[in-house]
Design a protein around this ligand. Structure first.
Ligand code: CTP
Ligand code: MG
Length: 388
C-alpha cells in the first residue's frame, strides 16, 4: 500500500498491429529503450507519487515487471503489473480491478503516447480535482475534415472549430469511472466515451503535440528523431577500470581471455586475468552499476578459479539489461611480460568476441620503475563507452 490518492493506469497490452513489429508495441525499442520505458520515465517524474498500474501483454508480464521496477527505482512499491485483455477497454478494466483503497482520482494513459510530458498528467489531475468531472487533453484539428457517404463521396465539410483530437492521460473521479465501466454496453476506443455514455460530464484541457500516439512506422521514425534532437550526446557514458595481479609461478597464465603456455601465472581468487577484470570494471563503471567485486563477490565460491570470460559475459549481460549498448572498450596492459605484441590482435579478437563490440588492446612497460618494472605483476587499465 502506498497511500497515494492518484492512480495512473498505463495500458500497454496491445499487439501493435498497425506498427507491424514482431514484438508487442509496448516492447518495441526507440533509441535503446522500449516504448513502455519511455512512457514510465515520464510517469515516475511526477512531483507527487502515484500508484502506477502497468497493464501488459499476458505473455510478457515478467519483462514488463522487470522494466517497470527498473524505471520506478526507489518507488518500486508503487508499481502493480497486471495482464491486459483483448480490447483496450478490457485492459483498462484489468487495471481498475487493482486500485488501492486510498485512490480517488484515476488517470488512464496509453503507453503508446510515450513522450507525454509530466506537466500534462499534472494538469489533468488538478482539473479532475477542481471540476469533479472527466478531463481529457485535446488538440485543435489542423486539417479540414470531410464527412463521406457510404460510397466514399464527400457529403459535407465538418466545422473543424468544434473538433479536438483527443489524447491521454484521461482523468476521472474514481467512483464515477468504476460505475461507468460497470455500465458500459459496448466497446469504446477511449475512457471518456465510456464515462460520457454513463451520462457523466467530460471537459477538454490543452494537449501537447509530444503526446502523439505511436501507431505506425512513420510515428516510430518521428519518435526516433525527437529523441535524437533532444539528447544527441547525453546518452553516451564513459567508464574506467583498473586491475592488478601479482605473479604466482604455481599458476597457469590467463590474460585477455587467452591461455599463455610456459608463462608464469597471476595470483587471484579467480584466474587472475587482469585484462578481463579491468574491462568488466570499465563497463560496470560506465553503466553506473558499481564494480566487479560488488556484482560477483570475490569471496563467492562460484567464482573461485573462474576464467575471465565468465565475468565478461555476465557483465555484458548486466550492462545490456540496464539499457546500454557498448560502443567500444580500450584496454592497456602495463608490465614487462608476457610479451603482448605477438598475440595483441588475437587478444583483441578474443575480447571483442566476448564483449560483442570492438575491444582495442595496447601494452607498455614502465622503464623498469615500480612493481611492474621490477616484474612483480601486471596492471591493466580499461575504458568503455556506452550508449543508452
Ligand atoms: N491496449 C491495451 N490492450 C489492448 C489494446 C490496446 O492495453 N487489448 C493499449 C495499447 O497498448 C496502447 C493503447 O491501448 O498503449 C492504445 O492502443 P493502440 O494505439 O491501438 O495500440 P495497439 O492496439 O497495440 O495497436 P493496433 O491497434 O495497431 O493493433
Ligand atoms: Mg488498437
Amino acid at each position: 500500500m502506498t497511500g497515494s490518492t492518484v492512480a495512473i493506469i498505463v495500458v500497454a497490452a496491445g499487439s501493435g498491429t498497425r506498427l507491424g513489429e514482431p514484438e508487442p508495441k509496448a516492447l518495441v525499442s526507440i533509441g535503446g529503450q522500449t516504448i513502455l520505458e519511455h512512457a514510465l520515465t515520464r510517469v515516475f517524474s511526477l512531483a507527487d507519487a502515484a500508484q502506477v498500474i502497468v497493464v501488459a501483454p499476458a505473455a510478457r508480464l515478467d519483462d514488463a515487471r522487470a522494466l517497470a521496477l527498473r524505471i520506478a527505482g526507489a518507488a518500486a512499491d508503487h508499481v502493480t503489473v497486471v495482464a491486459g485483455g483483448d480490447t483496450r477497454q478490457q485492459s483498462v478494466e484489468a487495471g481498475l480491478a487493482v486500485l488501492e483503497p486510498t485512490v480517488d482520482v484515476v488517470l488512464v494513459h496509453d503507453s503508446a503516447r510515450s513522450f507525454t510530458p509530466a506537466s500534462q498528467f499534472e494538469a489533468v489531475i488538478s482539473a479532475v480535482r477542481s471540476t469533479g468531472g472527466g478531463i481529457i487533453p485535446g488538440l485543435a484539428v489542423a486539417d479540414t475534415i470531410k464527412q463521406l457517404d457510404w460510397t466514399g463521396a464527400v457529403e459535407r465539410t465538418v466545422d473543424r472549430s468544434q473538433l479536438v483530437a483527443v489524447q491521454t492521460p484521461q482523468g476521472f473521479p474514481r467512483a464515477a469511472l468504476i460505475d461507468a465501466y460497470a455500465r458500459a454496453a459496448e466497446d469504446y476506443t477511449d475512457d471518456a466515451a465510456v464515462f460520457a455514455a454513463a451520462g457523466l460530464p467530460v471537459t477538454v484541457v490543452d494537449g501537447d503535440p509530444l503526446a502523439f500516439k505511436i501507431t505506425t512506422q512513420w510515428d516510430l521514425r518521428r519518435a526516433e528523431s525527437i529523441l535524437g534532437e533532444a539528447a544527441p550526446t547525453a546518452t553516451l557514458r564513459t567508464g574506467i577500470g583498473i586491475d592488478v595481479h601479482g605473479f604466482d609461478a604455481a599458476q597457469p597464465l590467463w590474460l585477455g581471455g587467452l591461455h599463455w603456455p610456459d608463462e608464469e601465472g597471476l595470483a587471484g581468487h579467480s584466474d587472475g586475468d587482469a585484462v578481463a577484470h579491468a574491462v568488466c570494471d570499465a563497463l560496470l563503471s560506465a553503466a553506473g552499476l558499481g564494480d566487479i567485486g560488488g556484482n560477483f563477490g570475490t569471496s563467492d565460491p562460484r567464482y573461485a578459479g573462474a576464467h575471465g570470460d565468465v565475468f565478461v559475459c555476465a557483465t555484458v549481460r548486466l550492462v545490456t539489461e540496464a539499457g546500454f549498448s557498448i560502443e567500444n572498450v580500450a584496454v592497456q596492459i602495463v608490465g614487462n611480460r608476457p610479451k603482448i605484441a605477438p598475440r595483441r590482435t588475437l587478444m583483441e579478437d578474443r575480447m571483442s568476441a566476448l564483449v560483442g563490440s570492438p575491444v582495442s588492446v595496447s601494452a607498455t612497460t614502465t622503464d623498469g620503475l615500480g612493481f611492474t618494472g621490477r616484474g612483480e605483476g601486471v596492471t591493466a587499465i580499461a575504458t568503455a563507452l556506452l550508449r543508452r
